[in-house]
Design a protein around this ligand. Structure first.
Ligand code: OGA
Ligand code: MN
Length: 209
């Protein structure tokens, strides 16, 4: 039975039309909670490392761009909640390929922890030297995220800086968007912010993975 707990056809329609979609309650609440617990466990075990920016910036400049720490899911793939998440996202990949012909081949994803006070400045997800990243997935893990805690993803609907929406990083919400098309940023979070961020990749990017 499918673990995707939303209207898949409606979501794929939005994605095909707009290039992005926000899906609340995308997975069963128990799985989302288990994933949050797993994230916190491995965080407390000190398994995370500070995220890189994909450029040769020095350490000092990096935190001016992004302040999160990450742990790739392939390092913790045996955790049951992680395995279930990967299975759900595999199912989603199959559906997206069937509906949108994006030719997605695999998902790379990581837990991300933004400690209080951190952010990620406006950026595009596709690296200049690697065009395999095709569809970005962000899944949020904080239950009852307070609106005044900041930490929203500010999602720009076009290249300019005026036309945007802010999405609360509330547990269960899944955001999907075409990686090369939409600028976005993470506004400063006033409390610890937890998510799983990933990229579905096409085969044949210019950098082998
Ligand atoms: C990223 C990113 C957005 C978010 O990790 O590239 O933009 O809401 N994350 O966590
Ligand atoms: Mn991003």
């Amino acid at each position: 039975m499918s673990v995707l707990s939303f209207d898949l056809d409606a979501a794929l329609d939005r994605l095909a039309t707009d290039g992005w979609v926000v899906i609340p309650h995308a997975l069963p609440a128990e799985l989302t909670a288990a994933l949050r617990d797993s994230c916190l466990d491995v965080w407390q075990q000190g398994q995370f490392h500070e995220a890189a920016t994909g450029r040769a910036d020095g350490q000092a400049r990096r935190s001016e761009i992004r302040g999160d720490s990450v742990l790739w899911l392939d390092r913790v793939a045996t955790l049951p909640a992680v395995a279930q998440y990967q299975a759900a996202m595999d199912e989603l990949m199959t559906a997206v390929n069937r509906g949108l012909y994006l030719g997605l081949a695999e998902l790379e994803s990581h837990f991300a922890v933004y400690p209080a006070g951190t952010f990620y400045k406006r950026h595009l997800d596709r690296f200049r030297d690697d065009d395999a990243r095709t569809l970005t997935t962000v899944f949020y893990l904080n239950q009852d995220w307070p609106h005044d805690a900041g930490g929203q993803i500010r999602f720009y609907l076009d290249e300019g800086s005026d036309n945007f929406i802010d999405i609360e990083p509330e547990a269960g919400t899944l955001v999907l968007f075409l990686s090369d098309r939409f600028w976005h940023e993470v506004l400063p979070a006033r409390q610890q912010r937890l998510s799983v961020t990933g990229w579905y990749r096409r085969r044949g990017g210019s950098v082998p993975w």
